[in-house]
Design a protein around this ligand. Structure first.
Ligand code: G3P
Ligand code: CA
Length: 252
């Protein structure tokens, strides 16, 4: 069953655990994804890059420097090298065993979890690299359990051509003049803006929802904006504090 993305009027927003439950465990590791699932997040967000030998791996930055004990660009390193790095110690010694996961390992963890994967494809990347990412989803039969999002329109075009059955979302750091028209032209089911950009033009939520397009703002960790965005009727909130947001939602 695909998760209904657009929430009915008056419903509370779904939880999206940003980079996994990344305030509780090192971002974009299996520990963070598992913590997001345990917190009953409807979505877990992760970021994907492709290694020099064509393997999709899960990491936010284009280099491994910040979140591992290695150095260099993911695109210049082999998958064997990247997945052997320590991706947990920088966060806490308690997570020293965490490695950089392949996208396949994250998909396997999410598959029977009840959560949906919000898969951000970082880009820029070649059509073949985007093809490698969508292939991981399709070979597991998970097209209905993934929402593929990107800031990169070329990635979204390639994904639409290669695997139109995987729903897509557009990330934006600033709002388009006409978000509905932009979303329609790209064929996306979700428009995912920076929360602060959205709060500068809050009427956009109703415009998008009336057009059947979900709105999932990022990245919101404070209750004041959880409240404001809920009042506006956003469909999901992307947060580093997935457990706290779910608790707040339950009390609302
Ligand atoms: O899911 C949206 C958000 O992750 C986009 O920003 O830089 O955290 O990937 P970033
Ligand atoms: Ca992201």
């Amino acid at each position: 069953e695909p998760l209904p993305i657009t929430q009915p009027d008056g419903a509370l927003p779904l939880t999206v655990a940003h980079r996994g439950y990344s305030s509780a465990a090192p971002e974009n590791t299996l520990a963070a994804v598992a913590a997001g699932i345990r917190a009953r997040s409807e979505y877990v967000e992760i970021d994907a890059h492709t290694t020099a030998d064509g393997v999709p791996v899960v990491m936010h930055d284009s280099t491994v420097d910040r979140t591992t004990n290695g150095t260099g660009a993911v695109s210049a390193l082999t998958a064997d090298h990247v997945t052997g790095l320590d991706a947990g110690s920088w966060f806490s010694p308690a997570f020293a065993g965490q490695r950089v996961p392949t996208l396949g390992a994250v998909l396997d963890l999410v598959k029977d979890s009840g959560s949906t994967l919000l898969l951000e494809v970082k880009g820029p990347e070649t059509r073949a690299e985007t093809g490698g990412i969508v292939a991981e989803v399709l070979e597991r039969g998970m097209a209905e359990q993934v929402l593929l999002q990107s800031f990169d329109e070329q990635v979204l075009r390639h994904a639409r051509e290669l695997a139109p059955e995987i729903p897509r979302g557009l990330l934006r750091s600033a709002l388009d003049a006409n978000p509905v028209a932009t979303a329609r032209s790209l064929g996306v089911v979700a428009y995912n803006p920076s929360a602060n950009a959205l709060l500068g033009r809050p009427g956009v939520v109703a415009d998008l929802n009336e057009a059947g397009i979900a709105v999932m703002p990022y990245t919101v960790d404070d209750a004041a904006r959880w409240q404001r965005l809920t009042e506006l009727g956003v469909d999901a909130v992307i947060t580093n504090r997935a457990g706290e947001f779910a608790g707040w939602r339950q009390r609302s």
